[in-house]
Design a protein around this ligand. Structure first.
Ligand SMILES: Cc1ncc(CNC=O)c(N)n1
Length: 225
């Protein structure tokens, strides 16, 4: 029997189509500098402070994804996947606090930069009940996948990642987080398979906008602080 061609799914098709922005988000100069050991400490401290604020704002977004997974998904395992993500944000906030003291970053004085505020506003808009579940799941996957891909790169063979920064890389670059991203991707793909043309257009747009926000987010580290 002839084998059916591998069904690649919408997300992989879109990643191919938008490869340059995807690479810009997952192989940003800041991430590459962590991997090759040339990272400067003030960039890392800036990123740490900004990301701590981002993650605090990401919690209500993930909570809203959780509610949608309970109400709109029709698949009981979706809730468990998102709940796992929310639970790990609890550990993550504690991790940030430890890193903050380690690197002498006082989060209470960190002011959110424009890129951070714009990303937060984008997430707030996605929390509207008007936004379709398939679109939310696509955005959620992209947000998590950029960090997974970026930090896993810093742990790949041949890295010269400074020991002090391997904690950050393991947080998002570990296999468990990779598995979790893959579960979120499967949820998104399942929803996209049944989505209307209009929803597909919206999901592709949201995917590209997440990637743009992620690039702008990494860019903040250039300024140092
Ligand atoms: C800007 C940004 N994007 C994605 C993540 C990863 N998700 C949760 O931690 C993150 N921490 N920060």
């Amino acid at each position: 029997m002839e084998k059916k061609p591998e069904n690649r799914g919408m997300i992989d098709t879109w990643i191919d189509k938008h490869r340059s922005i995807y690479s810009a988000a997952t192989r940003h100069a800041f991430v590459v500098s962590i991997r090759d050991g040339s990272v400067d400490l003030s960039s890392f401290r800036t990123w740490l402070g900004q990301d701590y604020l981002f993650v605090r704002g990401f919690v209500p977004f993930v909570a809203s994804v959780l509610i949608r997974a309970c109400k709109d998904s029709g698949e009981s395992s979706d809730m468990e996947v998102v709940l796992g993500g929310l639970a790990s944000l609890n550990d993550e906030i504690e991790w940030f606090k430890r890193e903050g003291s380690k690197w002498d970053v006082d989060f209470s004085t960190v002011v959110p930069q424009n890129a951070n505020q714009e990303y937060r506003r984008f997430l707030d808009a996605l929390m509207s009940s008007e936004v379709k579940y398939a679109v939310i799941m696509t955005a959620f996957w992209a947000i998590e996948a950029v960090y997974q891909e970026s930090f896993a790169h810093c742990l790949e063979d041949g890295n010269k990642t400074p020991v002090g920064l391997t904690g950050a890389c393991h947080r998002w670059g570990n296999d468990g987080f990779k598995q979790y991203c893959s579960s979120v991707k499967n949820i998104a793909e399942r929803c996209l398979e049944n989505a209307s043309g209009e929803v597909l257009v919206e999901a592709e747009d949201v995917l590209v906008r997440v990637l743009e926000h992620e690039v702008a987010f990494w860019e903040m580290s250039r300024g140092g602080q």
